[in-house]
Write a protein that binds this ligand. Structure first.
Ligand code: NI
Ligand code: MN
Length: 228
């Protein structure tokens, strides 16, 4: 059975395999581009890359309603449990992974910041390497380009999800270097198009990806999905 990946706008993604789904960086009810509301989703696992509002906004409400575990940096997991009474949190830190029965998730570094919406310290920002159903996905989160990304290239990535919005994260040009280092089979852009400062020309980006990398670019509209 294949793995299905759906963009929910901004940096919010859903990875589904059969009956089980992972929701990453839920920002729905106040996102100008989200195709659904937080109430519409019932994930089995929630991943949070860092503490900024546009990544964590709907995490607590979904986690409380579903009881699903939330994987995040230790400081964010603790904040969700103590400040928002999220019942099921698992704190991680950089380089650490966890094997659940159906998926392995590793928390890896990102060059960014991570203050929580109320000003609390959110620990280190990160990205995730997600392995399920013989597929390997790197979701970079909000990050600058960094050369240690090349360490994530093996074993072969089936998909890399990279920010291209610029201003707050790497932009389209730096993403090309990242793709050359990561050598994924597929690459999907994230963290763009939500607001005017991070608008991007994805047609131009796609053409450049095809010209200078071996990866296949996958650009979907919010709400649309593709298969691995
Ligand atoms: Ni951020
Ligand atoms: Mn962000």
């Amino acid at each position: 059975m294949s793995v299905s990946v759906r963009w929910l706008g901004h940096a919010c993604w859903e990875v589904r395999h059969g009956e089980q789904s992972i929701l990453i960086d839920p920002f729905l009810n106040e996102s100008p581009t989200a195709p659904c509301k937080a109430e519409d989703l019932s994930p089995d696992l929630i991943l949070i890359t860092h503490g900024h509002f546009d990544h964590i906004a709907d995490a607590a409400s979904i986690a409380i309603r579903t009881g699903s575990p939330v994987l995040a940096c230790y400081e964010i997991a603790t904040w969700l449990a103590q400040q928002h009474q999220v019942p099921n949190t698992i704190g991680m830190n950089l380089g650490g992974g966890i094997d659940l029965k159906w998926v392995r998730v590793k928390f890896v570094q990102a060059w960014h910041s991570s203050q929580l919406p109320d000003g609390s310290y959110g620990g280190n920002p990160g990205g995730f390497i997600i392995e399920l159903a013989d597929k390997r996905i790197y979701l970079a989160g909000d990050t600058a380009l960094f050369s240690d990304m090349r360490l994530f290239a093996e074993p072969k990535l089936d998909l890399a999800i990279l920010p291209i919005g610029d201003l707050f994260t790497m932009g389209p040009e730096d993403s090309l270097q990242a793709i050359q280092w990561l050598t994924p089979a597929l690459v999907a852009p994230s963290h763009y198009g939500t607001w005017p400062p991070i608008e991007q020309d994805t047609d131009a980006w796609e053409k450049k990806v095809r010209a200078v990398t071996d990866a296949k670019p996958i650009v979907v509209a919010p709400g649309d999905s593709f298969e691995l």
